[in-house]
Write a protein that binds this ligand. Structure first.
Ligand SMILES: [Zn+2]
Length: 274
């Protein structure tokens, strides 16, 4: 008797990368600089002209304070639009800064590995705009190689981003798959009202580290964004446990706040654990 089903037969015609009628991304968007995996099968391709085509990037002035910027505006015709950051992998966000040209606050979306600026988000809207030239569009089969995709790149200059991280917050987002039925973490409703955060870890009955803590990826204060593909934005912690609980491996998408002070703010007193 065979253990595994036979692999699917290779397709003779390659699948299209973009849906021709809707512009939907059917493939994989990687950072053009370091090849880090950013977006899989999500986002809409669009053309922009005029002021909407400008990518405003704040550059901290040398020896200046954090609010002291010179602005760079690059024009891009081709963009990818995402409804929100839920489907972004491996990214960072700068703090919001007021952009004089727009009259609005924006924050820069960065590659989580090499910190290349790939797009932006405007305060008040969850939508993300990604400059297509900052990304390489690839077929999805290579999307599955986590070991290759989440390595640390060499020789990147992080000084500017370290300054931004020190001054505000940088958020990264990643996927964790937990095989155990007990996740080993205590969840509580996020203070901002969107979803839940990890407020503590629990041990197994045998006194060993629980699955979440053992994964080495999840920290107290991290926000759970999706469970088994479902967004938890509108859910409280009890609903999240319903989605993830008791049905075998639970794929958790977790948002990690690197800024310690923000972690403390996000956590409320512990909720009952499962
Ligand atoms: Zn990169």
């Amino acid at each position: 008797m065979s253990d595994a089903p036979p692999p699917p037969a290779p397709s003779s015609t390659p699948a299209p990368l973009t849906d021709p009628s809707t512009g939907a991304n059917l493939g994989l968007l990687r950072c053009a600089r370091c090849s880090s995996r950013m977006v899989t099968k999500s986002g809409l391709s669009c053309k922009r002209a005029g002021p909407a085509s400008r990518f405003h990037i704040p550059r901290p002035a040398k020896n200046g304070g954090f609010e002291d910027f010179t602005w760079e505006a690059k024009e891009h015709e081709d963009w990818w639009e995402l409804a929100d950051s839920d489907d972004l992998n491996n990214f960072g966000m700068s703090p919001y800064v007021p952009c004089p040209a727009l009259g609005k606050d924006l924050r820069i979306v960065l590659c989580g590995d090499c910190h290349a600026e790939i797009g932006y988000q405007i305060l008040g809207s969850p939508a993300i705009s990604l400059a297509a030239s900052s990304l390489a569009h690839r077929p999805p089969p290579t999307a599955e190689d986590d070991a290759r995709d989440f390595k640390v790149p060499e020789g990147t200059d992080l000084a500017q981003l370290r300054a931004m991280m020190a001054a505000g917050g940088l958020t990264s987002q990643f996927d964790v798959t937990i095989a155990e039925q007990r996740l080993g973490m205590v969840l509580t409703d996020a203070r901002d009202g969107e979803g839940v955060v990890v407020c503590a870890f629990t041990e197994t009955d045998g006194g060993e580290l629980g699955a979440a803590e053992k994964s080495g990826k999840i920290n107290v204060g991290d926000k759970v964004v999706r469970v088994n593909g479902a967004s938890v934005k509108e859910m409280d912690y009890a609903a999240v446990l319903d989605v993830g609980g008791g049905k075998g491996p639970a794929a958790q998408r977790v948002q990690h706040k690197d800024w310690q002070a923000q972690k403390a703010e996000n956590a409320r007193p512990p909720a009952p654990q499962r």
